[in-house]
Each structure stands twice: as structure tokens, then as C-alpha cells.
Design a protein around this ligand. Structure first.
Ligand code: PRP
Length: 285
């Protein structure tokens, strides 16, 4: 029987969230130090711990069948991979930044400048799209230091919190792309591997849905129930349970967390009381 080979970053910022995601999907993975390949005992998958930048090539070659990587890396590698699902973590952007005191006044400023980057392909495409030419200095890490040591006039690198830019006296000027972790897939999987992938995706979606939704309970006077139910966007229809206190009911439903903050005041105005918001572990629609 075939096993799905899942590539995961060996170290780096996606590692912990990737392992966490697999655990939440109940795919047991032993994380022995220095292990490069681990068999899951309860799911037909092997986890390959690889260098981040190598994963797109392994995926294209079919050495790994699926991989958890950043969209930024897929764009840079220019490999033809299927993105099966966005995973909602490691959100960042690829940006051009310049020293705070620079005379930057728009994209044309970049013409002929020296730009340090670990993303030459993406940067080159961006510059070409704007009919610009620049002198690219390709370095594989600590890109933000380049302007300070006189190596470059600007940089093009990942920005997440913006802290690294701030620490190095740089200002973000242009966003080339926005990125998050995704499940990337080789386009030529066998039917058997596709079936395992579908099981994995089913679990991932249940975990992602659970993260963005909350179970909500509230008490409401019966004469306000209609109005309250109207403002509650539920999965199907809220559950109503009568309270021991006559004339009152308990309303249970599931809503998106961000929607909850939009309607909380409306709920209170309509007479809702004792509102509880409870995390959901898994959610299958
Ligand atoms: C990335 C990126 C930046 C930094 C940005 O490096 O290259 O240096 O994170 O994050 P911030 O905006 O939150 O400060 P990472 O730590 O992933 O290591 P790398 O240098 O190996 O890319």
C-alpha cells in the first residue's frame, strides 16, 4: 500500500506550526532529533524533514507528494505545484525596504540601484513588470543588514512583524506579494495517493473551520428570540433550550469569531445575557 510523503520544514519558522497542524489532524509523528524521515503510526503517511528551499524541487520530482511551505517559496521557485489548501499560519509579505533617511519617492527610484535579496526570481519579475532594471545582490540570509554595511541601497525580503526592518533602520515601501503557509501538492499523484490526500485535507479543513469558529451560548427572553436569532449567523439553525426560569431560553449556535465581535453589542441591546463563547476542537460541515 502506498504512503503519502509529506514534506515539512526541518527547521525555521514554519516548523512548529506544521507539526502542530499534523498533530491537530491526529497524525502521530515522533519528532526524534535529527530524524529526516518519520513514519506516522496511525495514518498512511511518512513525514520528510527537509530544508525549506529544497521542498518545491522535491515536490516537483515527486520525491515528496505534498509539502507544507510558504507561498513565497512557491513563487520564487516557479515550480508548477497545486495549492490544495491555505493553512492560515506564517503570514508574511515579500517587500522592498529602504533606509529611513533615503530619498525614495516611488518605484522609479529603484532604477539602477543595488538591491539585496534572497528572492531574485520574484524581484526580477516585479522589476521587469515595471520596466525597471536593478543590480541584484543575492544573499541567503540576514538581508536586512546589507544597506548598513554598504552592500545595497535597498532590500527585498520577508516582513512579518516588521521588527527586523525596524531594528535595522529600514522602511517598507513596496509589497510584492502576500504569503502564508499552504499545502502544496505534486500534480501527478496516483489515485491511491489522492485518496490519502483527500483524507488529510478533510482533517485539515475540520481543524481550520474549528479555529475560525466558536460555539456560542446565550440566554434570552422568549419575546426577543426571533430578533436575536435573526442576527445570529448559525451553521443551520440555532438550538433552543428552555430555561428553568419561565419566559427565558438558552440559544446555542456556531459563529465565525470575527462576526461575533461585530454583533456582540447588538445581541446585548436585544436583551441577550450570560453570553458564553467556547472554542471548538474539530468542525465538519
Ligand atoms: C525572516 C525574514 C526576515 C524576518 C522578518 O527571517 O528573512 O529577516 O523573518 O520577520 P519580522 O518582520 O517579524 O522581523 P527568518 O527569521 O525566517 O530567517 P531567515 O533569515 O532564515 O529567512
Amino acid at each position: 500500500m502506498e504512503r503519502l510523503r509529506i514534506a515539512v520544514q526541518k527547521s525555521g519558522r514554519l516548523f512548529e506550526d506544521s507539526i502542530q497542524m499534523l498533530k491537530e489532524c491526529n497524525i502521530q509523528v515522533d519528532e526524534g532529533k535529527d530524524l529526516l524521515r518519520v513514519q506516522s503510526k496511525n495514518f498512511p503517511a511518512d513525514i520528510l524533514f527537509l530544508r525549506n528551499s529544497d521542498i518545491p524541487q522535491y515536490l516537483e520530482d515527486g520525491v515528496a507528494h505534498v509539502g507544507i511551505i510558504g507561498e513565497n517559496l512557491i513563487a520564487e521557485s516557479a515550480k508548477d505545484l497545486e495549492i490544495a489548501e491555505k493553512l492560515g499560519f506564517s503570514k508574511c509579505r515579500l517587500s522592498i525596504a529602504v533606509p529611513k533617511n533615503s530619498t525614495y519617492d516611488g518605484l522609479s527610484w529603484l532604477q539602477g540601484r543595488r538591491i539585496a535579496t534572497s528572492y531574485p526570481h520574484t524581484l526580477q519579475s516585479f522589476l521587469a513588470k515595471h520596466n525597471l532594471q536593478a543590480d541584484l545582490h543575492v544573499i541567503s540570509g540576514s538581508v536586512e543588514i546589507a544597506p548598513n554595511i554598504g552592500l545595497a541601497d535597498a532590500i527585498c525580503d520577508l516582513v512579518s512583524s516588521g521588527n527586523t526592518l525596524f531594528q535595522n533602520g529600514l522602511e517598507e515601501k513596496e509589497i510584492l506579494l502576500k504569503s502564508e503557509a499552504v499545502l502544496a501538492v505534486n500534480r501527478h499523484l496516483t489515485t491511491e495517493l489522492r485518496a490519502i490526500l483527500d483524507k488529510l485535507l478533510f482533517r485539515i479543513r475540520a481543524v481550520l473551520n474549528a479555529k475560525s469558529n466558536k460555539y456560542i451560548l446565550l440566554n434570552a427572553p422568549n419575546d426577543k428570540l426571533d430578533e436575536i436569532i435573526r442576527i445570529l449567523p448559525g451553521m443551520k439553525s440555532p438550538t433552543l433550550v428552555p430555561l428553568a426560569l419561565s419566559g427565558w431560553s438558552s440559544v446555542h449556535t456556531v459563529i465565525q469569531e470575527d462576526k461575533f465581535w461585530e454583533i456582540i453589542h447588538e445581541l446585548k441591546d436585544k436583551g441577550a445575557q450570560g453570553i458564553l463563547v467556547i472554542p471548538i476542537e474539530k468542525m465538519v460541515l
